[in-house]
Design a protein around this ligand. Structure first.
Ligand code: SF4
Length: 227
């Protein structure tokens, strides 16, 4: 439905997705209900564009820098409890960004912004998992980004049963790329510069669509001349 040539840079490739989404919606009035892509597309900025601005369900693994590789507990070991605005640690203790209940509601803003959630010192000091959780600090804390709710939504989508169907459909889309490289010999571009690449991509996409159309349209059987 669309094609966009970019430099081989992640940022540019991700940006081209948004360009094609908008162009397809504008040209054909077809906004997709869901989008499947690999982790390269799972940055917070991209998810915000897809989910909040375009209302598309993301079947995209989230890029997660909160995962630890030193054997200590990662962010994913903590459970987010949206109703009570807190994280729960593996010991079932809560991490909160405020522990006082202010009588003045003005002091508590519901505005989306980054927040740090902390466990209580009393809980962590006597905890059996302290060395595994926060060996170098008195308590464990987690930063929750302004759009963590969007990332949580993407995690929810990728954990749903539909994710398998979305992944299968995504892999099917990769077949034409393999065909372009192996059969049509497009593993290297012949034309120079961004405009050359754009032309070559567009011509390749036309060739792909014509090939596809031959499989969709029934072959016409030539009529036998009578007499
Ligand atoms: S150290 Fe604190 S935050 Fe970590 S598991 Fe124990 S009680 Fe929970």
């Amino acid at each position: 439905m669309d094609v966009e040539a970019t430099r081989s840079v992640r940022q540019a490739e991700v940006g081209s997705t948004l360009t094609m989404l908008d162009r397809t919606a504008e040209r054909f009035d077809i906004p997709p209900e869901w989008l499947a892509a690999d982790t390269a597309y799972g940055s917070e900025d991209n998810l915000v564009e897809i989910v909040l601005k375009r209302q598309i369900l993301p079947f995209i693994p989230v890029i997660d820098k909160g995962e630890r590789t030193d054997g200590t507990l990662s962010r994913s070991d903590f459970i987010w409890d949206d109703e009570n605005d807190r994280y729960l640690c593996p010991e079932g203790k809560d991490l909160r960004h405020r522990r006082r209940n202010y009588s003045d509601p003005e002091r508590f803003s519901t505005e989306m912004k980054p927040r740090r959630y902390r466990a209580s010192k009393a809980d962590c000091q006597i905890c059996a998992l302290k060395e595994q959780c926060c060996p170098n600090s008195e308590t464990r804390s987690l930063q929750r980004g302004k759009f963590e709710i969007v990332r949580d939504f993407a995690r929810f989508c990728t954990a749903s049963a539909f994710n398998e169907i979305a992944s299968r459909r995504r892999k099917k889309v990769e077949m034409p790329f393999a065909h372009l490289k192996r059969i049509l010999g497009l593993n290297r571009l012949r034309l120079r510069g961004p405009m050359g690449a754009k032309d070559e991509f567009t011509l390749a996409a036309i060739a792909q669509n014509l090939r596809k159309m031959t499989t969709l349209c029934p072959a016409t059987v030539p009529s036998t001349p009578s007499g």
